[in-house]
Design a protein around this ligand. Sequence first.
Ligand SMILES: Nc1ncnc2c1ncn2[C@@H]1O[C@H](COP(=O)(O)OP(=O)(O)OP(=O)(O)O)[C@@H](O)[C@H]1O
Ligand SMILES: [Mg+2]
Length: 253
Amino acid sequence: MREEPLVKMVNISKSFGGLKALDGVNFEVYRGEVLGLVGDNGAGKSTLIKILTGAYLPDEGEIFIEGKGVHFREPRDAEKLGIAAIYQDLALVPTLDAPANMFLGRELKKLILGRVIRLLDRTRMLQETREVLRQRLHMEISDLSRPVHVLSGGQQQAIAIARALHARAKILIMDEPTSALGAEGREELFRLINQLKAEGVSIIIISHNLVHIFAVSERIIILRNGRRVGDRITSESDRKEIVHLIVGGEDVK
Ligand SMILES: Nc1ncnc2c1ncn2[C@@H]1O[C@H](COP(=O)(O)OP(=O)(O)OP(=O)(O)O)[C@@H](O)[C@H]1O
Ligand SMILES: [Mg+2]
Protein backbone atom coordinates (compact mmCIF):
# COMPACT_ATOMS: atom_id res chain seq x y z
CA MET A 1 0.00 0.00 0.00
CA ARG A 2 1.17 3.52 -0.68
CA GLU A 3 2.20 5.83 2.14
CA GLU A 4 -0.09 8.61 3.28
CA PRO A 5 -0.19 11.49 0.79
CA LEU A 6 1.50 14.74 1.75
CA VAL A 7 -1.50 16.59 0.31
CA LYS A 8 -4.95 15.19 -0.01
CA MET A 9 -7.83 17.25 -1.39
CA VAL A 10 -11.21 15.56 -1.16
CA ASN A 11 -14.37 16.34 -3.11
CA ILE A 12 -13.40 19.93 -3.90
CA SER A 13 -16.01 22.10 -5.62
CA LYS A 14 -15.83 25.75 -6.56
CA SER A 15 -18.22 27.91 -8.56
CA PHE A 16 -17.81 31.41 -9.92
CA GLY A 17 -21.33 32.77 -10.32
CA GLY A 18 -23.17 30.14 -12.30
CA LEU A 19 -20.00 28.49 -13.57
CA LYS A 20 -18.83 25.36 -11.83
CA ALA A 21 -15.04 25.59 -12.16
CA LEU A 22 -14.43 22.49 -10.00
CA ASP A 23 -16.89 19.73 -9.39
CA GLY A 24 -16.06 17.18 -6.69
CA VAL A 25 -12.34 16.88 -7.44
CA ASN A 26 -10.08 14.53 -5.50
CA PHE A 27 -6.39 15.25 -5.69
CA GLU A 28 -3.40 13.86 -3.84
CA VAL A 29 0.34 14.40 -3.93
CA TYR A 30 2.93 12.10 -2.39
CA ARG A 31 6.25 13.03 -0.83
CA GLY A 32 9.03 13.69 -3.29
CA GLU A 33 6.77 13.12 -6.26
CA VAL A 34 6.68 15.21 -9.44
CA LEU A 35 3.04 15.40 -10.42
CA GLY A 36 1.84 16.79 -13.74
CA LEU A 37 -1.56 18.51 -13.67
CA VAL A 38 -3.03 18.88 -17.15
CA GLY A 39 -6.27 19.87 -18.84
CA ASP A 40 -7.61 22.18 -21.48
CA ASN A 41 -7.99 25.95 -21.02
CA GLY A 42 -10.57 26.51 -18.32
CA ALA A 43 -10.45 22.91 -17.05
CA GLY A 44 -9.92 24.15 -13.48
CA LYS A 45 -6.17 23.56 -12.93
CA SER A 46 -5.29 27.02 -11.64
CA THR A 47 -8.45 27.17 -9.54
CA LEU A 48 -7.52 23.87 -7.87
CA ILE A 49 -4.02 25.00 -7.00
CA LYS A 50 -5.25 28.42 -5.87
CA ILE A 51 -7.43 26.55 -3.37
CA LEU A 52 -4.38 24.58 -2.27
CA THR A 53 -2.37 27.78 -1.78
CA GLY A 54 -5.14 29.52 0.14
CA ALA A 55 -5.82 32.12 -2.57
CA TYR A 56 -9.40 30.84 -3.04
CA LEU A 57 -11.72 29.19 -0.57
CA PRO A 58 -13.47 26.06 -1.82
CA ASP A 59 -17.29 25.95 -1.72
CA GLU A 60 -17.08 22.33 -0.68
CA GLY A 61 -14.45 19.78 0.13
CA GLU A 62 -11.64 19.15 2.53
CA ILE A 63 -7.86 19.49 2.50
CA PHE A 64 -5.50 17.32 4.49
CA ILE A 65 -1.78 18.02 4.85
CA GLU A 66 0.17 15.06 6.21
CA GLY A 67 -3.15 13.57 7.29
CA LYS A 68 -4.36 16.61 9.22
CA GLY A 69 -7.44 18.57 8.18
CA VAL A 70 -6.62 22.21 7.40
CA HIS A 71 -8.61 25.35 6.59
CA PHE A 72 -6.70 27.96 4.67
CA ARG A 73 -8.16 31.44 4.92
CA GLU A 74 -5.30 33.16 3.14
CA PRO A 75 -2.04 32.28 1.35
CA ARG A 76 0.00 32.78 4.51
CA ASP A 77 -1.81 29.85 6.14
CA ALA A 78 -0.71 27.55 3.33
CA GLU A 79 2.80 28.99 3.26
CA LYS A 80 3.25 28.20 6.93
CA LEU A 81 2.64 24.54 6.15
CA GLY A 82 5.26 24.55 3.41
CA ILE A 83 3.11 25.09 0.32
CA ALA A 84 4.68 27.47 -2.16
CA ALA A 85 3.64 28.46 -5.67
CA ILE A 86 5.55 29.94 -8.54
CA TYR A 87 3.45 31.52 -11.23
CA GLN A 88 4.28 32.30 -14.80
CA ASP A 89 5.32 35.84 -13.90
CA LEU A 90 7.38 34.32 -11.07
CA ALA A 91 6.32 36.98 -8.60
CA LEU A 92 9.80 38.48 -8.66
CA VAL A 93 10.24 42.24 -8.59
CA PRO A 94 12.22 42.87 -11.79
CA THR A 95 14.04 45.99 -10.65
CA LEU A 96 15.33 44.45 -7.40
CA ASP A 97 18.36 42.18 -7.19
CA ALA A 98 18.30 38.48 -6.26
CA PRO A 99 18.84 38.84 -2.49
CA ALA A 100 16.14 41.53 -2.23
CA ASN A 101 13.74 39.23 -4.10
CA MET A 102 14.67 36.24 -2.06
CA PHE A 103 14.01 38.05 1.23
CA LEU A 104 11.04 40.10 0.06
CA GLY A 105 8.73 40.53 3.06
CA ARG A 106 11.18 38.61 5.25
CA GLU A 107 14.19 40.94 5.11
CA LEU A 108 17.09 40.36 7.46
CA LYS A 109 17.83 43.37 9.63
CA LYS A 110 20.84 44.24 11.71
CA LEU A 111 21.00 46.47 14.72
CA ILE A 112 23.41 49.35 14.82
CA LEU A 113 24.31 51.54 17.80
CA GLY A 114 22.58 49.34 20.29
CA ARG A 115 19.29 49.09 18.47
CA VAL A 116 18.74 52.65 17.52
CA ILE A 117 18.95 52.13 13.78
CA ARG A 118 17.75 48.98 12.03
CA LEU A 119 19.40 48.43 8.71
CA LEU A 120 18.89 45.79 6.09
CA ASP A 121 21.60 43.24 6.44
CA ARG A 122 22.56 43.20 2.77
CA THR A 123 25.72 41.20 3.27
CA ARG A 124 23.96 38.33 5.00
CA MET A 125 21.09 38.36 2.52
CA LEU A 126 23.57 38.17 -0.34
CA GLN A 127 25.50 35.34 1.33
CA GLU A 128 22.40 33.33 2.10
CA THR A 129 21.04 33.80 -1.41
CA ARG A 130 24.34 32.58 -2.86
CA GLU A 131 24.35 29.63 -0.46
CA VAL A 132 20.81 28.46 -1.25
CA LEU A 133 21.49 28.76 -4.99
CA ARG A 134 24.78 26.93 -4.70
CA GLN A 135 24.02 24.22 -2.16
CA ARG A 136 20.44 23.37 -2.91
CA LEU A 137 20.17 24.17 -6.59
CA HIS A 138 23.82 23.80 -7.68
CA MET A 139 23.63 27.09 -9.49
CA GLU A 140 26.16 29.89 -9.61
CA ILE A 141 24.99 33.31 -10.71
CA SER A 142 27.73 35.86 -11.05
CA ASP A 143 27.08 39.27 -9.55
CA LEU A 144 23.90 38.71 -7.59
CA SER A 145 23.49 42.42 -7.03
CA ARG A 146 22.15 43.03 -10.53
CA PRO A 147 18.39 43.61 -10.89
CA VAL A 148 16.80 40.26 -11.72
CA HIS A 149 15.28 41.44 -15.02
CA VAL A 150 18.73 41.30 -16.62
CA LEU A 151 19.08 37.62 -15.67
CA SER A 152 18.00 34.81 -17.97
CA GLY A 153 14.56 33.22 -17.59
CA GLY A 154 16.17 30.09 -16.13
CA GLN A 155 18.15 32.10 -13.59
CA GLN A 156 15.02 33.99 -12.58
CA GLN A 157 13.21 30.67 -12.10
CA ALA A 158 16.07 29.52 -9.90
CA ILE A 159 15.73 32.60 -7.71
CA ALA A 160 11.98 32.10 -7.40
CA ILE A 161 12.61 28.47 -6.43
CA ALA A 162 15.39 29.49 -4.01
CA ARG A 163 12.96 31.88 -2.39
CA ALA A 164 10.40 29.09 -1.92
CA LEU A 165 13.07 26.73 -0.54
CA HIS A 166 14.32 29.35 1.86
CA ALA A 167 10.75 29.64 3.15
CA ARG A 168 10.93 25.86 3.78
CA ALA A 169 8.59 24.73 1.05
CA LYS A 170 7.66 21.04 1.09
CA ILE A 171 5.44 21.35 -1.93
CA LEU A 172 6.32 23.56 -4.84
CA ILE A 173 3.58 24.35 -7.32
CA MET A 174 4.55 25.63 -10.74
CA ASP A 175 1.80 26.95 -12.97
CA GLU A 176 3.09 27.03 -16.57
CA PRO A 177 6.74 27.47 -15.60
CA THR A 178 8.16 26.59 -19.00
CA SER A 179 6.14 28.96 -21.17
CA ALA A 180 8.45 31.92 -20.63
CA LEU A 181 11.68 29.91 -20.97
CA GLY A 182 13.96 29.21 -23.90
CA ALA A 183 15.40 25.74 -24.49
CA GLU A 184 18.30 26.32 -22.12
CA GLY A 185 16.17 27.73 -19.34
CA ARG A 186 13.88 24.77 -19.71
CA GLU A 187 16.73 22.27 -19.34
CA GLU A 188 17.88 24.21 -16.29
CA LEU A 189 14.38 24.10 -14.81
CA PHE A 190 14.14 20.34 -15.37
CA ARG A 191 17.49 19.95 -13.64
CA LEU A 192 16.26 22.06 -10.70
CA ILE A 193 13.10 19.98 -10.48
CA ASN A 194 15.11 16.77 -10.25
CA GLN A 195 17.35 18.34 -7.66
CA LEU A 196 14.35 19.28 -5.49
CA LYS A 197 12.78 15.88 -5.92
CA ALA A 198 16.01 14.27 -4.71
CA GLU A 199 15.64 16.38 -1.55
CA GLY A 200 12.14 15.08 -0.99
CA VAL A 201 10.27 18.21 -2.09
CA SER A 202 7.01 17.42 -3.90
CA ILE A 203 6.36 19.28 -7.10
CA ILE A 204 3.13 19.97 -8.93
CA ILE A 205 3.73 21.16 -12.45
CA ILE A 206 0.96 22.54 -14.65
CA SER A 207 1.69 22.74 -18.35
CA HIS A 208 -0.02 22.56 -21.71
CA ASN A 209 3.17 21.15 -23.15
CA LEU A 210 2.91 17.38 -22.82
CA VAL A 211 6.49 16.89 -23.98
CA HIS A 212 7.57 18.79 -20.88
CA ILE A 213 5.09 16.96 -18.67
CA PHE A 214 6.39 13.60 -19.92
CA ALA A 215 9.99 14.75 -19.46
CA VAL A 216 9.65 15.56 -15.75
CA SER A 217 6.58 14.01 -14.14
CA GLU A 218 6.06 10.58 -12.60
CA ARG A 219 2.31 10.80 -12.43
CA ILE A 220 -0.26 12.84 -14.32
CA ILE A 221 -3.70 13.97 -13.17
CA ILE A 222 -6.08 15.11 -15.87
CA LEU A 223 -8.94 17.58 -15.36
CA ARG A 224 -11.75 18.17 -17.82
CA ASN A 225 -14.56 20.68 -17.28
CA GLY A 226 -13.85 20.88 -13.58
CA ARG A 227 -13.74 17.12 -13.06
CA ARG A 228 -10.86 14.73 -12.56
CA VAL A 229 -11.01 12.37 -15.53
CA GLY A 230 -7.74 10.51 -15.17
CA ASP A 231 -4.74 9.62 -13.06
CA ARG A 232 -1.88 7.92 -14.88
CA ILE A 233 1.63 6.75 -14.09
CA THR A 234 3.65 8.67 -16.68
CA SER A 235 5.86 5.73 -17.66
CA GLU A 236 2.78 3.56 -18.29
CA SER A 237 1.00 6.11 -20.46
CA ASP A 238 1.69 8.09 -23.59
CA ARG A 239 0.84 11.47 -25.02
CA LYS A 240 -1.92 10.08 -27.16
CA GLU A 241 -3.77 8.68 -24.16
CA ILE A 242 -3.35 11.90 -22.18
CA VAL A 243 -4.58 14.05 -25.09
CA HIS A 244 -7.57 11.79 -25.36
CA LEU A 245 -8.35 12.27 -21.68
CA ILE A 246 -7.86 16.04 -21.96
CA VAL A 247 -10.22 16.57 -24.88
CA GLY A 248 -12.69 13.84 -24.00
CA GLY A 249 -14.04 11.08 -26.12
CA GLU A 250 -15.17 7.56 -25.67
CA ASP A 251 -13.33 4.35 -24.95
CA VAL A 252 -10.49 5.55 -22.73
CA LYS A 253 -11.09 4.72 -19.10
N1 LIG B 1 -11.71 34.59 -10.38
C1 LIG B 1 -12.55 34.05 -11.27
N2 LIG B 1 -13.75 34.62 -11.52
C2 LIG B 1 -14.61 34.06 -12.40
N3 LIG B 1 -14.35 32.94 -13.09
C3 LIG B 1 -13.17 32.34 -12.89
C4 LIG B 1 -12.21 32.86 -11.97
N4 LIG B 1 -11.12 32.05 -11.97
C5 LIG B 1 -11.39 31.06 -12.86
N5 LIG B 1 -12.61 31.23 -13.41
C6 LIG B 1 -13.25 30.36 -14.37
O1 LIG B 1 -13.15 29.03 -13.89
C7 LIG B 1 -12.84 28.12 -14.93
C8 LIG B 1 -11.55 27.40 -14.62
O2 LIG B 1 -10.50 28.32 -14.72
P1 LIG B 1 -8.97 27.97 -14.41
O3 LIG B 1 -8.23 29.24 -14.43
O4 LIG B 1 -8.93 27.16 -13.19
O5 LIG B 1 -8.61 27.05 -15.67
P2 LIG B 1 -7.19 26.45 -16.10
O6 LIG B 1 -7.36 24.98 -16.20
O7 LIG B 1 -6.13 26.96 -15.21
O8 LIG B 1 -7.03 27.03 -17.58
P3 LIG B 1 -5.71 27.56 -18.37
O9 LIG B 1 -5.05 26.34 -18.91
O10 LIG B 1 -6.29 28.40 -19.46
O11 LIG B 1 -4.86 28.35 -17.42
C9 LIG B 1 -12.78 28.95 -16.21
O12 LIG B 1 -14.01 28.85 -16.87
C10 LIG B 1 -12.53 30.35 -15.70
O13 LIG B 1 -13.08 31.31 -16.58
MG1 LIG C 1 -4.50 28.22 -15.49
